[in-house]
Design a protein around this ligand. Structure first.
Ligand SMILES: Nc1ncnc2c1ncn2[C@@H]1O[C@H](COP(=O)(O)OP(=O)(O)OP(=O)(O)O)[C@@H](O)[C@H]1O
Ligand SMILES: [Mg+2]
Length: 248
């Protein structure tokens, strides 16, 4: 933990010494409102939410059930549109993209680990992890090696050919993580990535995320109830009255 904290402190310091670095946020949300209608009642979930996220940030979103963590993550990942507000990616307004360009942008830039992981249960772990590359138009032989390598890194070396529905809940969760990571996304959005994992496997997943952050500056935004993981991140946030606030 100390090393990580030290690294973050050093980074902060070097950013101060070099104000040009990171002056443009990687992602900038502003004035985001999102409400749902249910049986005639309006539920306001996000109200005038704004946040800047910088390349290489590791952010934990914590807070009780129902406060809007998944709603926030889905909007940040462009999977859902807000009622109003903007999302800039390096100063480009991504909600101005048409559907195809938005999907291309998302597939190129982001990896997702969903709260309910949406794996293809009749397919093998490997086939699931090949899927993002196939969707991108790559051939399976081009991506097979990296798919296998990331499955090994999440601890599933012995389960590569298993059908997903025969895997345990925690193993399925790690397949979902491998699927999110296989194309080396600039941004990883994860909704409770260690929710089904025991201590040892949670630690392995945390270590992997930080290795990728170190290796290629992957930006990580994760919803978590795991306070240990939250502490290792360089920013911790929660939602208060529909707004994202930093926990000091
Ligand atoms: N499609 C929907 N229609 C109506 N209400 C919704 C919809 N999606 C979410 N909500 C409501 O919006 C609120 C925020 O939901 P959200 O899933 O973002 O919460 P959360 O913080 O992720 O909770 P959890 O920790 O339980 O996953 C909840 O009260 C939920 O019931
Ligand atoms: Mg949720």
């Amino acid at each position: 933990m100390d090393n990580r904290r030290e690294k973050f402190n050093n980074q902060t310091q070097s950013n101060m010494e070099n104000p040009e670095k990171d002056s443009v946020p990687l992602l900038s949300l502003s004035g985001i409102n999102k409400s749902y209608r249910n049986n005639g009642a309006k539920i306001e979930v996000l109200t005038d939410l704004s946040v800047d996220i910088f390349s290489g940030d590791t952010i934990a979103i914590v807070g009780e059930s129902g406060i809007g963590k998944s709603t926030f993550l889905h909007i940040l990942g462009t999977l859902d549109q807000p009622d109003s507000g903007t999302l800039l990616y390096k100063e480009t307004d991504v909600f101005e993209f048409d559907k195809k360009n938005l999907a291309d942008f998302r597939n190129k830039t982001m990896g997702f680990v969903f709260q309910f992981h949406y794996l293809l249960s009749e397919f093998s772990a490997l086939e699931n992890v090949l899927m993002p590359g196939l969707i991108k138009g790559l051939k399976s032989k081009e991506i097979r090696q990296s798919a296998e390598a990331i499955l090994v890194r999440v601890g599933l070396k012995e389960r590569i050919k298993h059908r997903v529905r025969d895997l345990s809940g925690g193993e399925q969760q790690r397949v979902a993580l491998a699927r999110a990571l296989v194309l080396n996304p600039a941004i990883l959005l994860a909704d409770e990535p260690t929710g089904n994992l025991d201590k040892k496997n949670s630690k392995q997943v945390h270590d992997l995320l930080f290795e990728l952050n170190d290796e290629y500056n992957m930006t990580i935004i994760t919803v978590t109830h795991n306070m240990q993981l939250a502490e290792y991140m360089n920013r911790q946030m929660t939602l208060v009255e529909g707004k994202l606030v930093e926990i000091e």
